[in-house]
Design a binder for this molecule. Sequence first.
Ligand code: GLY
Length: 370
Amino acid sequence: MHQTVQVELGDRSYDVEIGPDLLARAGDWIAPLLARPKVAVLTDESVADLHLETLRAGLKTTGIEMSALALPAGEATKSWPHFERAVEWLLTEKVERSDVVVALGGGVIGDLAGFAAAVLRRGVRFVQIPTSLLAQVDSSVGGKTGINAPQGKNLIGAFHQPSLVLADTSVLQTMSQRDFLSGYGEVVKYGLLGDADFFEWLEANGRSVSSGDMAARVRAVTRSVQMKADIVARDETEQGDRALLNLGHTFCHALEAATGYSDRLLHGEGVAIGCALAFELSSRLGLCSQEDPSRVRAHLRAMGMKTDLADIPGELPSAEVLVDLMGQDKKVVDGQLRFILARGIGQAFVTSDVPKDAVLSVLSDALAPV
Ligand code: GLY
């Protein structure tokens, strides 16, 4: 059941290992990277309780010693104070240029640990061990690392590719259903942006993926990672095609800002709703058929996911305010909003050529459905 996907980046290429029970065998993959049998692990307190001892044992089998720092769980950790603590701890642990830092956790820990590795002694190698579905299919692959600033999310960071990603699909069993389905929003995104057959497979097998069928989970994670790896290999620093990975994200960022980055809307939930809105917009602009947005919504609905704006608890601001919030997205270029639209399921493209009125009308109708 174990799969390997290679991210092809010349002499910085690396493997993503995907399958069950990888933590317990982590040493098999990590040992060949090490100059000495010792690693420093950054994690969070919740993940540490669940998985740190399994990792310790999995490293011990190949004689690797491990020290660990567990930071508080949650998005607030992706900030200067915790970053400073992490970097100082790595220095106290005497992590050297030839050593390897391990990130054990979800997107917050992966981003923070990757950024710490990027700047420590001008750059040390790091291994991603993502423990959430979202981190396995998106944030652990591709080398985007960083922390949030008071001015916005992910505004401080660096591109720093990991040397290895271990995506252990067994650890997904400890996720809540809501968090799992939020990550699934990113999985659906891959089908919608570039692989209609994968979307069709998800329509037929999504329930198996969410209910814990391991073979279905490995397949969903593997296809997602393959697609991300291909895109990152073509466009590592997002000069072009990598923006396709932001399907649904322009809407999502406005909704996250409008809900205060709170528990009202998780990132992957916003991505799923954003994908449905991006297809609605594409259909209204005559780019894809009217059936496509209905099909996207039908799948999200069948999975028990948030699908429409009405599924977000509490009040939302007006369409005008939401469009203004989009304008604060860091992907705005010269004041032009950039959208990922689609000519059909699996056929996304990047454009700055979207009339503001069309966006306003999609959002107004979504806010007040007839
Ligand atoms: N999450 C989008 C990217 O890695 O480019």
